[in-house]
Ligand binder design. Structure first.
Ligand code: NOJ
Length: 531
């Protein structure tokens, strides 16, 4: 594992540890459970897993409310289990990154307990306190369905404290050098255990300034650069992945001059893939990709179709949001905050053609793709469960009771209608015609072609807005991708320079392109352009 740029063409896989695999029968998924499933992840072609927070937590935000930065919650196992998981994952050629939540702690963290105990506490200044709740009023509220203000009144000490998420998640004060230093120590602790990097949560919000929207401030970047330089000095080859739900031009500074984040999620392309599939037109996708600025050579975007949160519609216009809700979340309870709390497969009507097509787009865009656990088998959701829990139900391993997730009653209800009896890993893993196998094949061909790891993407004009056609090229390797977004067969004009014979990556056969080509509904083609 010596290639320091490994992340530039890696396939990532996001795991909710609690929901993945229970090794000890207590109903909660755990680190040993993940270790048991490394062969599975390796078979799929995963290069790196991202594990959601495993820190002790009162779970008001599923672990993103941390009560102790230096331990593993007992439900998930121990520090030794983590070390063993990292060792075994590395043996499988798989790296592991974890969540690093810098912006806030739980209100049960001892720092906050001390901070709120007394205005003169040495920890008072670890958090952001104010006599008035009128400060920073240009900062938006993120959890709009539950929070009415970013300030919460503390009765005992008679001041308000600042929080960008739930009131139970007070923001740390990054203007305090001690906080800055503490968080470097936290990073050091996990890096010393062997973790391959961090998915850094909620980074736009570290610093607040009057008169700004308190996002993406220069002082925030200054700190993140310090964190990066600390990692470069002592832990080369480990990465920082940026969670900034922003437009590409606002994410761009998080890459710095290649001296801030290695990777950043590309949030806005995600809803536009779903828009494209519904409209049967690629223009929204093309527009946002054109609007995406180049990034330094040693950086990479991270693309995804779904994750553990609601499908966020923050990076679309209000009209587009309304349209997306109408199209994809007709029932009000499917909506949450600025998004849609549903999984990938049900969003696409469990239609195998659309599910493959969406993945064809995911795996051929610039950037390293992330798969959300269970989406590779087309697992469903349970919208009866509150908040985002409906997309965090137990992984469906087989058709035995509890979906093979646990020997005991799971921490959460499963997807309703005993879906696991029909949709599970065991039923798909060895079947060449399963959805799992089609995802696995895409990963295989993606990895076989350096073109996908590069940054170039050239849209090809074929005279048909229903088919997204583009060329990816890198290191002398070139692929031509065609995705028919429409529910009808569509014909495209093939530019002269492509009117030749090419290798169809999926069939392994030559395909002779003439001046026109017709693609079946939702069909996709990956053609290797031979020199
Ligand atoms: C982003 C995480 O993805 C989300 O799950 C969490 O609620 C917020 N950050 C707050 O940590």
């Amino acid at each position: 594992m010596t290639n320091n740029l490994w992340y530039k063409n890696a396939v990532f896989y996001e795991i909710s540890v609690r929901a993945f695999k229970d090794s000890n029968g207590d109903g909660h998924g755990d680190l040993r459970g993940i270790a048991e499933k490394l062969d599975y992840l390796q078979a799929l072609g995963v290069d790196c897993i991202w594990i959601m927070p495993i820190y002790p937590s009162p779970l008001k935000d599923d672990g993103y409310d941390i009560a102790d930065y230096y331990a593993v919650d007992k439900a998930f196992g121990s520090l030794d289990d983590l070390k063993e998981l990292i060792r075994s994952a590395h043996e499988h050629g798989i790296r592991i990154v974890m969540d690093l939540v810098l912006n806030h702690t739980s209100d049960e963290h001892p720092w906050f307990q001390a901070s709120r105990s007394d205005r003169n506490s040495p920890y008072r200044d670890y958090y952001v306190w104010s006599d008035t709740d009128k400060k920073y009023k240009d900062a938006r509220i993120i959890f709009v369905d539950t929070e009415h203000s970013n300030w919460t009144w503390d009765e005992k000490t008679g001041q308000y404290y600042w929080h960008r998420f739930y009131a139970s998640q007070p923001d740390l004060n990054f203007d305090n050098p001690k906080v800055q230093e503490e968080m470097l120590q936290v990073a050091r602790f996990w890096l010393d255990l062997g973790i391959d990097g961090f998915r850094a949560d909620a980074v736009p919000y570290l610093i607040e300034r009057e008169g700004s929207n308190c996002e993406n401030l220069p002082e925030t970047h200054d700190y993140l650069k310090k964190l990066r330089s600390f990692m470069d000095q002592h832990y080369s080859g480990r990465i920082l992945l940026c969670e900034a739900n922003q437009y590409p031009e606002d994410v761009r500074p998080y890459f710095g001059d290649g001296d801030e984040f290695h990777m950043g999620f590309h949030f806005p392309i995600m809803p536009r893939i779903y828009m494209a599939l519904k409209k049967g037109r690629f223009e929204d996708m093309a527009e946002i990709m054109h609007r995406t600025p180049p990034i330094p050579e040693n950086c990479q975007w991270c693309t995804f179709l779904r994750n553990h949160d609601e499908l966020t519609l923050e990076m679309v216009t209000p009209e587009e949001r309304q349209w997306m809700w109408e199209q994809y979340a007709p029932e009000p309870r499917m909506r949450l905050n600025m998004g849609i709390r549903r999984r990938f497969a049900p969003l696409l009507d469990n239609d195998r053609r659309k599910m493959e097509l969406a993945n064809s787009i995911l795996f051929t865009l610039p950037g390293s793709p992330i798969i959300y656990y269970g989406d590779e088998i087309g697992m469903g959701d349970n919208i009866d469960l509150p908040d985002r829990n409906g997309v965090r139900t137990p992984m469906q391993w087989d058709n035995s009771p509890n979906a093979g997730f646990s020997k005991n009653t799971p921490f959460s209800d499963l997807v309703k209608g005993a879906e696991y009896e029909r949709i599970n890993v065991a039923g798909q893993i060895n079947k060449p015609d399963s959805f799992f196998s089609s995802v696995k094949r895409m990963i295989k061909y993606r990895k076989a072609h350096p073109a996908f790891g590069g940054s170039s993407m050239e849209w090809v004009d074929t005279g048909n807005q229903a088919v997204a056609v583009y060329v990816r090229e890198h290191d002398g390797d070139t692929v031509l991708i065609l995705n028919n977004l429409s529910a009808s067969a569509e014909t495209v004009n093939i530019p002269v320079k492509f009117q030749k014979s090419h290798l169809d990556l999926f069939t392994g056969q030559k395909l002779n392109l003439t001046d026109k080509l017709t693609l079946q509904p939702y069909a996709y083609l990956w053609l290797h352009i031979q020199k």
